[in-house]
Design a protein around this ligand. Structure first.
Ligand SMILES: Cc1cc2nc3c(=O)[nH]c(=O)nc-3n(C[C@H](O)[C@H](O)[C@H](O)COP(=O)(O)OP(=O)(O)OC[C@H]3O[C@@H](n4cnc5c(N)ncnc54)[C@H](O)[C@@H]3O)c2cc1C
Length: 384
């Protein structure tokens, strides 16, 4: 009997799993890949597009460069998952049957019920988002003067917010644009939850780049052109990018699987409360004991490999592997510079300069090579 395996999403989780499944599954399995875009986006480098839209040609990899001839790709918006009927529902009314499905739909931006935040901010979750932010920053800077520079505010100082602020500073310097950049964080330090050494190193780089950092004061409301804080004075903006948190996708609204805000809970095998449904990446809350796996590209990438293997095992009725997240360290860019921390097998805790910058490039290049070829990775190297 032919089994239908369907993978949802073409991010790290989806692209990685497809690559693994293509090498693992036998001839009696039909593999279908569904995504709303016909490319795999190297999302953890998408902030580069804000500075230079031409970077997109290297970080948006056509699915055709990834799929095997026997894999079917469907471009479509997924609107639901019916686990009783075992179908994936698409916006155009099509139902796609599955025997096993891997949910790898990533996440969307969370607004935590803060009034006006969704209406008045931009998000950074896709290539289109990055291009829109580029246009907004460009327009604001063209209307500004040295005396009255454009006010660009980034809310949330995690990986996305810090790297976005760094890239806008690079944009400002390359174009000598009259821009003031503010990075706003509710908690008492940027890059919350991380080691103080990397927090300080990132703060130093951002401050050197002229980014004004505001911490320890949550946003309470956003209106047209202005943000209000719990304690501090309101901050006016010409463009406001909100990167303050993640939640699950709307496509998983009402799905009959154990979940938290549409992020599907899984065992360390990636199996959900329905044994035919697996989930990884930002879409999933993967049991790892005390803390679930972090919502990072690094975790999605690692999990994808094992998820592919486990789906193949589930089809064959073999025991599933248990995955353990292996934190290989953190590398964060601030424009053309970077900071690395706790990188495995290196004797030094935190470092910057040329080694960190090149390590950041190498991570992205290695991923591109994994899903396509080293030739493609080599082409992308200069823009990473
Ligand atoms: C600016 C930025 C910088 C980052 N920097 C880092 C970093 O330095 N290091 C790090 O480890 N992580 C970083 N991250 C986080 C990392 O990118 C995510 O954790 C990672 O992308 C999660 O992978 P994923 O495959 O689960 O989701 P995604 O990469 O978001 O992929 C989801 C896929 O699903 C598709 N999709 C979504 N909804 C639908 C739908 N309804 N129908 C059809 N298709 C759909 C999307 O198009 C996409 O292809 C960064 C994120 C951002 C935004």
């Amino acid at each position: 009997m032919t089994e239908n395996v369907v993978v949802l999403g073409s991010g790290y989780a989806g692209a990685g799993a497809i690559t693994k499944l293509q090498s693992e599954l036998g001839g009696n399995v039909r593999l279908t890949w569904i995504s709303d875009v016909d490319y795999h986006l190297v999302l953890h480098e998408v902030h580069r597009v804000i500075r230079d839209p031409s970077v997109q040609s290297e970080i948006a990899i056509p699915v055709q460069d990834i799929i095997a001839p026997t894999t079917q790709f469907i471009q479509g918006e997924i609107t639901g998952l019916d686990v009783d009927e075992r179908v994936v529902e698409l916006e155009d009314g099509t139902d796609v049957d599955y025997d096993y499905v891997l949910v790898a739909l990533g996440s969307r931006t969370a607004y935590y019920g803060i009034p006006g935040l969704e209406e008045h901010s931009r998000t950074l979750k896709s290539l289109d988002d990055a291009l829109e932010i580029h246009d907004a920053v460009m327009e604001a800077s063209q209307e500004a003067t040295r005396g009255e520079p454009a006010q660009i505010v980034i809310g949330g100082a995690g990986l996305s917010g810090i790297q976005t602020a760094g890239e806008i500073a690079e944009f400002r310097d390359e174009r000598r644009a009259p821009i003031e950049i503010h990075l706003v964080e509710a908690l008492d330090e940027i890059f919350p939850g991380n080691d103080p050494e990397i927090q300080q190193a990132l703060r130093d780089l951002l401050e050197d780049a002229g980014v004004r950092i505001h911490t320890d004061d949550p946003i309470t409301e956003a209106e047209d052109g202005v943000i209000h804080f719990d304690e501090g004075d309101p901050l006016e903006f010409d463009a406001f990018v909100w990167t303050g948190g993640i939640t699950g996708r709307e496509a998983l609204d009402g799905v009959d699987l154990e979940n938290q805000h549409n992020r599907v809970e899984t065992e360390a095998t990636f199996q959900t409360s329905d044994e035919r449904v697996f989930a990884i990446g930002d879409s999933a809350i993967i049991d790892q004991g005390d803390q679930p796996a972090p919502p990072t590209a690094q975790a999605a990438w690692q999990a994808a490999d094992v998820a592919g293997e486990n789906i193949a095992r589930a089809i064959e009725g073999r025991p599933l592997m248990t995955w353990e997240h292996d934190d290989k360290g953190t590398v964060v860019s601030v424009g053309k510079k970077a900071v690395a921390h706790d990188v495995q097998m290196l004797p030094i805790d935190t470092f910057g300069g040329f080694p960190a910058k090149n390590l950041k490039k190498l991570i992205a290049a290695r991923w591109i090579a994994d899903v396509t070829s080293w030739n493609q990775a080599r082409k992308a190297w200069p823009v990473l």
